[in-house]
Design a protein around this ligand. Structure first.
Ligand SMILES: [Zn+2]
Length: 685
């Protein structure tokens, strides 16, 4: 591993900091923290931490010694000065004299000694940084180091690998106990470069930022060299044939990893998936003893809050035999969940029965022949779980080449998984109503489609916007969220619809709600209209919906967790307008289609509902059309648009709310919701 220090960059950050009151030491602390955080071989997702001991003047002009330490859970790669809160050092150092300290007391003392009372909580490893005397301290969970120390004889391997430059600290849970042990060992051994925290990570220190950072790089390089020198086995992967494609496997895995919500009939707890494949991943999965390793535990303790302690291992999904795979997957998840319950009960008893059990579903699924899935309540969480799972395969792969991977004990993992200070990194959020659900919206770039996608995303769902115009869908998706997916899809083309739904399944793991919204209006007097016009309208306004619904049903059936089809029907289905036959007739057929889906798939928990909307500003009713129609009736634009019983203009957001309501109404199917401000001729009877 090479040092990433570039003198020019370091000086640029110092100069930049000077403009905003950040002194040289702090600027360089920020610089090397970012260097460490930018390399996934060193830290991932809020892991690792750094500190700086320095002096400042308080508000009364008195000089105080402070510790600037990374905030708990902050991302090192993007750290700013605010991400390194300043704490008075002397009171934290005094804690060393205590025998124990409660988490709540520790937080209270930290917060009482923050220079800025509004600063975020410091890292849980604050005491380790405070007790050590060094000016700059860096701590990472470097991959190569973990491969060397996650071993039954980790201490011996460390002595060989690091040539006495790091002192070895046996495993203790991060926090007070570990900090006391680490300083005691440091004072006894006086290592030159830093400490190894057994089964956890590495600490390096220095008198300036560059020294601490380059010692980290130097030590990780020693670990890499040690692995190279000591490879004892080269595993050969089996080559599997006939693996079913990702888009067919993902919905089965997702369905198996869902559980019924005991409180509400028809509701499920669902997760979103993130896939990682590639030859190296498949070789790993096919060359190691997955059953043993998947029970071995995490690569470093704080990963447990993202991935749980164990990975779900599934069988090889053979093409043409996916029913067998689905049965085996459900069986494996059932065993995983009961093992998790037993683990929780066992250790909750040990700690006095005070913990509340988290959901027992896996966060990582290993699929030989294919790759791995990270699972999370959001796509963001699934990506983090997948990143950490990939890192786990890299650490374990290295460890197994030079020995045998060994993690901390089950009790130690439980203590981390259920430690409030670790869980605090995840934030405490009430789950939104559509958390874990995946929604596809056709015509996603249009006014109603985009408003609907935005509304569903705000309710916690992951959304895919499908549209013939990919660039326009991409723009709308970008405005909604970082994880919203834009896909090109022409609903009049069966292959295009299939490809879009394959993409959704591959990206998110499946689909739960479909808003079939794409449409366009054709006019003509029905007795005279060219048959080609009528057929064209049917292709889009009827068959388009049928293709979308069919593709979605296939995925929903594979998941086995129900689903919801929502159709944008229009009032034309029940209240035809003169010369609007080519539009209204297929829409009337669409209303019947919705009812047929409700009837045929109700037993599978799949609901089908429709919204009849009218007079919405959109691609079907443009500003120019509004002007000419209003003029023809002798009305202002506004009076034309609000010409209904309530006298209120109906918007795309109103339609989106109606779709959301139908998606949330778990006991409602074959429903038509009218969103037209009141039009008695279009009222359902
Ligand atoms: Zn750590």
């Amino acid at each position: 591993m090479k040092s990433g220090w570039v003198e020019r960059d370091a000086q640029a950050l110092v100069a930049h900091g000077a403009k905003s009151g950040v002194d040289r030491e702090l600027a360089l602390r920020i610089y090397t923290t970012r260097l460490l955080g930018g390399d996934p071989k060193l830290v991932l997702h809020g892991g690792g931490n750094t500190s700086l001991k320095t002096r400042i003047r308080d508000r009364f002009g008195k000089e105080v010694e402070i510790l600037r330490i990374k905030a708990s859970g902050a991302e090192m790669a993007a750290i700013e000065a605010e991400g390194l809160p300043a704490v008075r050092l002397a009171p934290i150092r005094k804690l060393r004299a205590l025998d124990a300290i409660a988490d709540t007391d520790l937080i209270a003392i930290e917060r009482a000694n923050l220079i800025d009372p509004a600063a975020p909580n410091p890292s849980v490893e604050i005491m380790l940084h405070a007790f050590l005397p060094h000016k700059f301290i860096d701590h990472t969970h470097a991959r190569a180091v973990l491969s060397v120390i996650d071993q039954p004889d980790g201490e011996q391997k460390c002595a060989d690998a690091f040539r006495g430059r790091l002192a070895f600290v046996p495993y203790l849970m991060p926090g007070f106990g570990l900090a006391k042990k680490a300083i005691e060992i440091y004072e006894r051994a006086k290592p030159s470069d830093g400490l190894i925290l057994s089964k956890h990570g590495i600490v390096t220190f220095g008198e300036d930022a560059r020294e601490a950072y380059e010692r980290m790089i130097g030590m990780v390089t020693l670990a890499e060299d040690f692995i190279e020198r000591n490879i004892k086995s080269v595993a050969f992967a089996r080559h599997r044939r006939d693996t079913a494609p990702l888009e067919a496997v993902a919905p089965i895995v997702r369905g198996a990893c869902s559980e019924k919500d005991g409180k509400t009939e028809g509701a499920w707890r669902r997760l979103v998936l993130e896939f990682r494949g590639g030859d190296a991943m498949r070789d790993f999965l096919d060359s190691v003893d997955l059953d043993r390793l998947s029970r071995a535990g995490v690569a470093t303790p704080d990963h447990t809050i993202r991935t749980k302690n164990w990975q779900l291992v599934l069988p090889h999904p053979e093409a043409g035999k996916l029913d067998d795979f689905a049965n085996a997957a459900r069986d494996a998840v059932g065993k995983f969940a009961s093992h998790y319950h037993e683990y929780f009960d066992r250790h909750n008893r040990r700690v006095g029965g005070v913990k509340r059990e988290l959901d027992p579903l896996p966060r990582v699924a290993l699929v030989p022949g294919l790759g791995l899935f990270g699972l999370g309540r959001t796509k963001h969480d699934a990506v983090i779980a997948a990143d950490i799972a990939e890192e786990w395969t890299a650490v374990v792969g290295g460890a197994e080449r030079i020995g045998r991977f060994e993690s901390i004990s089950e009790a130690e993992m439980f203590d981390c998984e259920y430690w409030p200070l670790e869980r605090a990194k995840l934030g405490r959020k009430q789950a939104p109503p559509l958390a874990g659900q995946i929604v596809a919206v056709t015509g996603g770039a249009g006014a109603i489609g985009a408003a609907t996608a935005k509304t569903f995303a705000a309710a916690g769902a992951e959304v895919a916007l499908l549209d013939v115009d990919l660039a326009a869908a991409g723009e709308k998706a970008k405005a909604i969220s970082a994880t919203a997916l834009a896909l090109q899809c022409d609903v009049t083309d069966a292959a295009s619809v299939q490809a879009a739904f394959d993409n959704i399944a591959a990206c998110f793991g499946g689909v739960d709600i479909v808003v079939s919204n794409a449409g366009a209006a054709w006019q003509g007097r029905i007795g005279e209209v060219d048959e080609a016009v009528l057929r064209q309208s049917f292709e889009l306004n009827f068959y388009g919906h049928q293709r979308v619904a069919q593709a979605a049903i296939k995925i929903m059936q594979a998941q086995g967790t129900g689903g919801c089809l929502l159709f944008n029907v229009s009032k034309q289905a029940v209240n035809p307008g003169p010369n609007f036959g080519p539009y209204g007739v297929p829409k009337a057929a669409l209303l019947a289609l919705m009812r047929q889906y409700a009837l045929d798939y109700g037993a599978d928990g799949i609901r089908a509902n429709a919204v009849n909307a009218d007079r919405i500003r959109s691609g079907l009713l443009t500003e120019a059309m509004i002007k000419s129609r209003a003029k023809a009736r002798g009305l202002s634009d506004k009076d034309y648009m609000s010409g209904n019983l309530l006298g209120r203009e109906v918007t795309a957001d109103d339609v989106a709310q109606a779709f959301l309501h139908q998606a949330l109404a778990l006991k409602t199917t074959a429903d038509v919701t009218t969103v037209d401000g009141g039009n008695i001729a279009a009222a359902m009877r």
